[in-house]
Write a protein that binds this ligand. Structure first.
Ligand SMILES: Cc1cc2nc3c(=O)[nH]c(=O)nc-3n(C[C@H](O)[C@H](O)[C@H](O)COP(=O)(O)OP(=O)(O)OC[C@H]3O[C@@H](n4cnc5c(N)ncnc54)[C@H](O)[C@@H]3O)c2cc1C
Length: 517
């Protein structure tokens, strides 16, 4: 059951909105062993050619999708409306079937159910689940809408950083969390052109001096279990948000397609945590600043022999291979230049298998089992950031505010830190019955600098370790950060702090509260 679900595709301001306002539609482990994982990068293998400029399009085009479900008399009285949906060319709406069959839902029609909550969180990823837990814990009524039926989503990272572990410790749940099967990475070592090198040391960080590796769905299940212990928490699965509800110039809720038909959730605040393809941020017309040339990831598995160990990270020529130990199998991520999949396919499966075997020779026999491209899934990656993270009644956090690449494995931690900062600022306001734009602005002010610095790190420092078009260059010297750490070994504690704790790590300031209102 779990196995088959893992295979499922994951789809996964102040400025005036790009869409115009219009009237509402009438119809509408047990073995938590300490494993020192080795990050082996053959830096000599990377070439100096640049990745292509971002090719994805931000130009909006009108979309003719209409909501189903009727609008209540109350809404019309209040002049409620929805934002004309506009999406970038080729965006999720046309290209990606969601877990909810929209066409079937529209045929089914049915009256729009209207529910009320204090905070509606869109998206049950790391940011959304942590925000939901913290707000419910402080007594705020929270409804999380998640479009999938469970957390068994495709790969977006398995890393839980020391800063996140410290948050769990502050919530008193870190030890329970560390009872889940996981592996620990106390330091990151690389195999460079001039020999092995530890580039980041976490062991001095407190209270936990390691990165914990475990499947993201286990982490999200864990947060969900803790959140649902609070009576004001609610998670609605298979609820795909498609529209925003506007009330008097303020975002007052969302509309979603659910298995039980169309649903409208009215809220004092909509917290958009719906990831890098955020529908909410797009519907709100928030301006996106693309930040870097993207890379793509080819995602596939090979079986794993008991106790087999291979380098976590290998890089050579056009490709980087990340090997994640998932017990009985290796989850493999082969990082290639953006839009390089066609080229990989043109060269053929035997060449692909040889490239992987060149990186990890012990995989050679099992690679024979990769006989069709169906077994290899393409995940595209990008880095971007919203100019303004909020509008009245709405705040974006996590990847919805700033899409992160896998570089350095820091996106989950950043999303969690956003959730903590948002809850710290907003929980008292939500309990008191109103969130001002000043409070929303304060969250962005607090989290924008860490985001900018982390993205710069992903693009300029770690980006140098990722593949570039143009083949190998064996004579290329190690990148500057590597040379610096080799000369000044103490720097590895600084890099460890930067990667493990992030910039301006948050503390939980929300108190445990009795439910309000
Ligand atoms: C290939 C790849 C590998 C990565 N590897 C790592 C790594 O190793 N370590 C790391 O720290 N980071 C990694 N990242 C980055 C990391 O995954 C993200 O930064 C992080 O997941 C952001 O968390 P989030 O909660 O903001 O968004 P997400 O994790 O994207 O969660 C968004 C949630 O919203 C739901 N959703 C989306 N749209 C809707 C809708 N319309 N209605 C309802 N629900 C919706 C989704 O189903 C999802 O559950 C990787 C990213 C990529 C692309």
């Amino acid at each position: 059951m779990r196995q088959s679900r893992r295979d499922r595709d994951d789809e996964e301001n102040e400025q005036p909105p790009q869409g115009r306002w219009r009237d509402p539609p009438q119809q509408s482990s047990a073995d938590h062993r300490t494993a020192e994982l080795t990050l082996s990068v053959l830096c000599a293998g990377t070439s100096t050619a640049r990745l292509p400029a971002p090719l994805w399009c931000t130009t909006p085009v009108a979309l003719t999708q209409k909501t189903s479900g009727s609008v209540t008399a109350l809404e019309r009285e209040r002049g409620a409306g929805v934002i004309e949906p506009r999406v970038p060319a080729g965006a999720w709406w046309s290209a990606r079937p969601g877990p909810v069959d929209l066409a079937a839902r529209q045929r089914q029609g049915g009256p729009m159910r209207v529910e009320r909550t204090t905070c509606c969180v869109v998206g049950g990823g790391p940011a959304g689940m942590m925000a939901g837990l913290l707000l419910a814990r402080s007594g705020v009524d929270v409804t999380v809408l998640e479009k999938h039926e469970d957390f068994f989503r495709d790969f977006r990272g398995d890393t839980i950083h020391p800063a996140t572990l410290r948050i769990l410790a502050e919530l008193g749940i870190a030890e329970e969390f560390l009872d889940l099967p996981h592996t620990r990475m106390p330091r990151v070592s690389m195999e460079t052109a001039s020999g092995p090198l530890t580039i980041a040391e976490f062991s001095r960080l407190r209270p936990y001096g390691f990165i914990a590796f475990l499947p993201q769905w286990d982490f999200l299940d864990f947060l969900y279990d803790r959140a649902r212990a609070h009576p004001t928490f609610r998670l609605i699965r298979q609820a795909e948000v498609t529209e925003l509800v506007l009330d008097g110039g303020r975002i007052a809720g969302v509309r979603a397609e659910t298995v039980e038909g169309p649903l409208e959730v009215r809220a004092d605040l909509v917290l958009a945590a719906d990831g890098r393809d955020s529908v909410v941020r797009e519907r709100a017309g928030l301006a996106v600043i693309p930040k870097s040339p993207p890379i793509d990831v080819l995602w596939f598995r090979l079986s794993r022999a008991a106790d087999e160990e291979v380098p976590f990270f290998r890089s050579e020529g056009d490709g980087v291979l990340v090997s994640i130990n998932r017990g009985t199998y290796w989850q493999l991520a082969y990082v290639i230049p953006h839009q390089g999949f066609d080229r990989v396919q043109e060269r053929g499966l035997p060449t692909f298998r040889s490239a992987i075997a060149a990186l990890v020779p012990t995989f050679a026999d099992r690679l024979e089992g990769v006989t069709t491209w169906e077994q290899v899934k393409l995940l595209s990656v990008r880095v971007d950031r919203l100019r303004t993270w909020w509008r009245p009644g709405l705040l974006c956090i996590g990847d919805a505010a700033h899409a992160m690449s896998p570089a350095g494995g820091v996106g989950i931690n950043l999303a969690i830190q956003d959730a903590v900062a948002a809850a710290n600022v907003l929980a008292p306001a939500l309990r008191a019955g109103g969130v001002t734009t000043g409070a929303l602005r304060a969250v962005q002010r607090r989290r924008e600098l860490p985001t900018r610095i982390t993205q710069a790190f992903q693009i300029r420092v770690v980006g140098n370790l990722y593949p570039r078009s143009g083949g190998t260059d064996a004579d290329r010297p190690d990148p500057l950060p590597i040379r610096l750490i080799r000369r000044l070994p103490a720097l590895r504690h600084l890099t460890g702090r930067f990667i493990g704790m992030g910039v301006r790590p948050e503390h939980v300031h929300t108190a445990v509260g009795t439910p309000v209102g």
